[in-house]
Ligand binder design. Structure first.
Ligand code: NAD
Length: 276
């Protein structure tokens, strides 16, 4: 398929477009993931917190695709930041997925008031060195959190997965990531639908004969970020994959970036300390 890959700092590669399964009920996850794999997605983003790793693993097996052809990410749940808990939780993810390795394993949130995410990262380094996660990274880390990992540990995170969309362009986080060889993944890339009525986006969509979702996802891809929009509707899953036969002009790119208003749809990583 036409999906470009992004090279990570440890020599592995990741498809720039994937499929996210947050808020897909376990009972719907096998069908939704199988549909995405049929459409051509080869990158699935799940997490321990989403409660659907078993179903993601089943879908990958049921698809008949070789395991090596599908890039699968999962994330450490917030209750397991202590070193030994992190190792055990990773084992459980592999068990639930039915895999002998993950392509990418992330610390889901830094939880600055809960414990020391640097200790958690040392467990992630052990998992990486064991070869059972081909790459390790973080999610929702601000530059000052990343700075501590860079200063106090050895492995540089391969990715930082943060909320990014036209209303939250995250210029400072993305610049820090880039400067340190960390790939940025953009979660809630269409702000869970909130940006789709924006007149700037709908006007570009009309001119190009594309949908607002396609324009927004294309904007992410041209900025170089990795995205994995979520949908359980087959037509939207197809629509969100049809991004490689059109282009935004530099003016379109600037107009969409100009919509930034530093507006989060999700929690602020500096104050979010929730444990399920
Ligand atoms: P999203 O921006 O992908 O929006 C998804 C919602 O938008 C869907 O529920 C659907 O209602 C709608 N939608 C999708 N495609 C559409 C289309 N073509 N036209 C109209 N509406 C459409 O939001 P998300 O699910 O929050 O984020 C995507 C993925 O990012 C998640 O599934 C998950 O994998 C990841 N994520 C990670 C974190 C984190 O903390 N690391 C947090 C949230 C999400």
């Amino acid at each position: 398929n036409a999906v470009p890959t992004v090279a990570l700092n440890n020599g592995t590669t990741i498809p720039q477009l994937g499929f996210g399964v947050y808020q897909i009920k376990p009972a719907d996850t096998v069908a939704a993931t199988l549909a995405a794999l049929e459409v051509g997605y080869r990158h699935i983003d799940t997490a321990q917190m989403y409660g659907n790793e078993k179903e993601v693993g089943r879908a990958v097996r049921d698809s008949g695709l070789p395991r090596a052809d599908v890039f699968v990410t999962s994330k450490l749940n917030n209750g397991f930041h202590a070193h030994d808990d992190a190792l055990k939780a990773f084992d459980r993810s592999l068990d639930d997925l039915g895999f002998d390795y993950l392509d990418l394993f992330l610390i889901h949130w830094p939880l600055p008031a809960v414990g020391d995410f640097v200790e958690t990262w040392r467990a992630m380094e052990e998992i990486y060195r064991s070869g059972r996660a081909k790459a390790v990274g973080v999610s929702n880390f601000q530059p000052h959190h990343l700075r501590r990992l860079l200063d106090e540990t050895e492995v540089v995170p391969a990715v930082n997965q943060v909320e990014v969309h036209p209303y939250l362009t995250q210029d400072a986080v993305r610049a820090f990531d880039t400067e340190h060889g960390i790939a940025t993944e953009a979660w809630s890339p269409i702000a869970q639908g909130k940006v789709l009525d924006d007149p700037v986006i709908t006007r570009i969509a009309q001119r190009l004969g594309r949908t607002p979702a396609q324009v927004t996802l294309r904007w992410h891809l041209q900025r170089g970020d990795i995205v994995f929009p979520k949908s359980v509707t087959r037509s939207r899953v197809e629509e969100n994959f049809a991004l490689f036969d059109f282009e935004l002009t530099p003016d379109d790119m600037a107009a969409v970036s100009g919509l930034n208003r530093d507006e989060r749809t999700g929690p602020d990583p500096d104050t979010f300390n929730w444990i399920p």
